[in-house]
Write a protein that binds this ligand. Structure first.
Ligand code: PLP
Length: 420
């Protein structure tokens, strides 16, 4: 197959990509762990700290008004990114983990309620539910997956029949397999069964344009740092009626209306779920990342959602080409098994080698300047299901190149020879 497709961006936008690792030009293929940051985001952060730093929603003075405006504008950008109906539905969190913990802790669960989680969930979408279930005697039930890494559909349908399912927690794109789960259909079935659905979008948001209304997700979480923005910032989307019915997760300043020692009343959404001084720089950095992404689709149209649509069409096209090329190249290597061969995949390619342990693969590739992730990828139940202790994982972003994949394949090939 010929791969002539062009990336939607220039690598010069990402200064770190011109650095070296262990004496070799850096090849960064650990994008599922975190993505690199474009100059536009770095400049927005620098500008904020050097010229705009103040607390938000508190001061009448100039700087506070500037910071508040930028903060509120970023919330509107996040709303557009997810296509939420209102900014009341956009809660800023520390990240995906924080968002799931918020929902698991605040949702009203009772003894005997069932929480369905797929076998491919990240620990972030397992442990918070176990903690919440343990407090009231609710039950966590795994949804099985096939050897290829897809939901066993009949089993999902059967599990929903119990009449006790309160919530389904499902990863949109698996960080370990690359599987793209059929969220819209899963949400439809969950709702028919009277259950809510929480979607872990940590790995989906960087690869595809999310539409929470079209998916009919009740909750959707993402992490800014996987979306070319800073660490320590994320978004929890929740349907307004559900968020209104949930008690606050944490208490403090900014989330209240009136406080007395007898009783406190809470602020409206989204402030109700954002106590204390927020990560203002992180929010502004995330807004800058959304702006940057929206510029990748060509000429701006003046409509952010349309620009994001055009940009993500380019991102998906290019990343699919990278994934196809990498799959083709790596599967030719003797002793290599690809973990996760679902029909729908995003830019994640995990593998094992007959000749070498994943940890050795990661260490040797690192010596060649190639950054991949090895281990259980925070998915121990999945590793158990697959019968492997760990895998090596290359995860792609739109700034990666076909030449980098050639280097990866050469590196893996050399490992098989070394361990033969
Ligand atoms: N869910 C998935 C699928 C992930 O890949 C990750 C991070 O790797 C998380 C959740 C947790 O994200 P964070 O650590 O940003 O909260």
């Amino acid at each position: 197959m010929l791969y002539t497709t062009n990336p939607p961006t220039t690598r010069a936008d990402f200064p770190i990509l011109s650095t070296e690792a262990n004496g070799h030009p850096l090849i960064y293929l650990d994008n599922a762990a975190t993505t690199q940051k474009p100059v536009a985001v770095l400049q927005a952060l620098d500008r904020y700290w050097t010229t705009q730093n103040a607390n938000v929603h508190r001061g009448v003075h100039h700087l506070s008004q500037v910071a508040t405006r930028l903060y509120d504008e970023a919330r509107e950008k996040a709303r557009v990114l997810l296509n939420a109906k209102s900014t009341a539905e956009v809660i800023f969190t520390k990240g995906t983990t924080d968002g799931i913990n918020l929902v698991a802790a605040s949702l009203s669960l009772s003894e005997g309620d069932e929480i369905l989680l797929s076998t491919m969930e990240h620990h972030s979408n397992i442990v918070p539910w176990q903690l919440a279930a343990g407090k009231v005697g609710a039950v966590v039930r795994p949804i099985p997956i096939t050897d290829e890494g897809e939901i066993v559909w009949d089993a999902y349908v059967d599990l929903l029949k119990s009449g006790r399912v309160k919530v389904v927690g499902i990863v949109h794109v698996s960080n370990s397999l690359g599987t793209v789960n059929p969220i819209k259909e899963m949400a439809r079935l969950a709702h028919e069964a009277g259950a809510l659905i929480l979607v872990d979008g940590a790995q989906a948001a960087p690869h595809t344009l999310i539409d929470v209304q079209d998916l009919d997700a009740d909750f959707y979480t993402l992490s800014g740092h996987k979306l070319y923005g800073p660490t320590g910032i994320g978004v929890l989307y929740g349907k307004e009626s559900l968020l209104n019915a949930m008690p606050p997760y944490q208490g403090g300043g900014d989330m209240i209306r009136v406080v007395t020692f007898e009783r406190t009343t809470y602020a409206d959404l989204p402030a109700k779920f954002e106590p204390g001084t927020p990560n203002i720089a992180g929010v502004i950095g995330l807004g800058a990342a959304v702006d940057y992404l929206s510029s990748l689709g060509g000429k701006p149209s003046g409509n952010l959602r349309n620009d994001l649509g055009a940009a993500f069409a380019e991102i998906e096209r290019y990343e699919h080409a990278l994934l196809g090329y990498a799959t083709e190249k790596l599967s030719k290597i003797d002793g290599l098994t690809i973990t996760g061969t679902a029909r729908e995949k995003a830019g994640i390619l995990a593998f094992t080698l007959r000749q070498a342990h994943p940890h050795d693969i990661g260490t040797i590739l690192d010596q060649l300047g190639i950054a991949v992730r090895t281990g259980h990828h925070c998915c121990q139940p999945l590793m158990r299901r697959l019968g492997v202790p760990a895998t090596a994982r290359a995860s792609f972003a739109f700034y990666n190149t076909f030449e980098e994949i050639d280097r990866l394949a050469d590196g893996v090939e050399s490992i098989t020879e070394m361990f033969a």
